[in-house]
Design a binder for this molecule. Sequence first.
Ligand code: ADP
Length: 473
Amino acid sequence: MSHLTSSEPNLRTTPFDTLLIANRGEIACRIMRTARLMGLKTVAVYSDADANARHVREADEAIRIGPAAARESYLNIEAVIDAAKRTGSGAIHPGYGFLSENGAFVKALEEAGITFIGPPASAIAAMGDKSAAKARMANADVPLVPGYHGDNQDDDLLRAEADNIGYPVMLKASAGGGGKGMRVVEKSEAFQAALEGCRRESKAAFGDDRMLIEKYLVQPRHVEVQVFCDRHGHGVYLFERDCSVQRRHQKVLEEAPAPGMTPELRAAIGNAAVRAAQEIGYVGAGTVEFLLDASPGQDGSFYFMEMNTRLQVEHPVTEMITGQDLVEWQLRVAMGESLPCTQDELTITGHSFEARLYAEDPDQDFLPATGQLTRFALDLAGTNLQADQVRLDSGVESGDTVSMHYDPMLAKLIVHGSDRDAALATLNRALAALDIQGVVTNRAFLQRLATHPAFKNVELDTRFIERHEATLF
Ligand code: ADP
């Protein structure tokens, strides 16, 4: 089924032949790969810390945008736009993180006549505030976690709402993000103190202390749906990913499709995600995150959590099972084309995993590691792995230096297999085939996860790592 709406088509697009990538590391390299295949000229931007980085070496042209501190370089809107103007870049791909969900950046690009590879500023704003987003989602019949997201912030009213929802509840900052301003409250007597603590934290982090309350799900799975919309009213879902394996709310190991989904549940969650996107006039690649209740006896109820208005780190697992190139889709949609496929034309083949390889030391509380990577390679010789089963999306090569300035993710190892067991076996062989020297990584931790009997057994929920600490560390 193809989703068509009667929304006014916005056909205004400016053609572009040069693409600036306002990012670094593996995602900048991954975007350039597709841009080149499509015949676009690529422009990298870099900070002083990245003057010799892989993304700079691989671009057709590279522009310095500032010192190492991200605030003065990769987050510097003026410097990025100036680089685009100097290089005749008609479009900017923001990758993920940095400026990718910054409404002011998108507005500035609109004013400068540069195409943003992403949604309109209005769609980013609609999802930026958790309370406002929930109100919009309720409007579109997207299921929400039972809770309260109203304007009235009176202490007694909030507590009455929490009592009514039933404990445990989760207090969340409306303006929140990145796991800040969130607290689980176990009982009514603890509510007031938690409220005050959360408000303080939220005020300090976001300059805003509005709160919302949700029923706290004790054993949820994190299941998210990849959606895509064009400017002609079409929207599709490219199925779901399970990202339940998280450490401190950060994803570590992801897979697609989510195990154990019935066709009915898959269609229901997919269609809810497309409704969410169309409710806010979405264009491009987006991810709608849901909590799926995984507690015993649950029927697979799912609840909207948030929408990420960008390409996700874990998009490759979706590419592996659908055979589609999501960056190509993004660029085509930005050029004003219709979606390359209808919903009926999209199918799932096999199973895929992604493991995030970080420069960090699992034995020292995951302290970020730095240094020179004297060797960094995936050595498939001597394994019986085929090149089309394994993909390494990397921002580094042998000889590169890992600095302390940015996110410590070095690369993503992505595998494909005919089913979940086959893909998991491939993941383990591929992890072993990584040859990394010079910098400490979390590889051994990833191997312990990927060989864990409970993981093989699909005993998934967002507290998987916490629950298995004894056997993982
Ligand atoms: P942020 O925007 O700060 O990342 P989210 O609302 O996306 O916050 O929640 C982050 C994580 O917290 C989720 O991935 C999930 O693991 C957990 N979480 C959020 N809401 C609930 C809830 N109602 N019940 C149980 N866990 C939750």
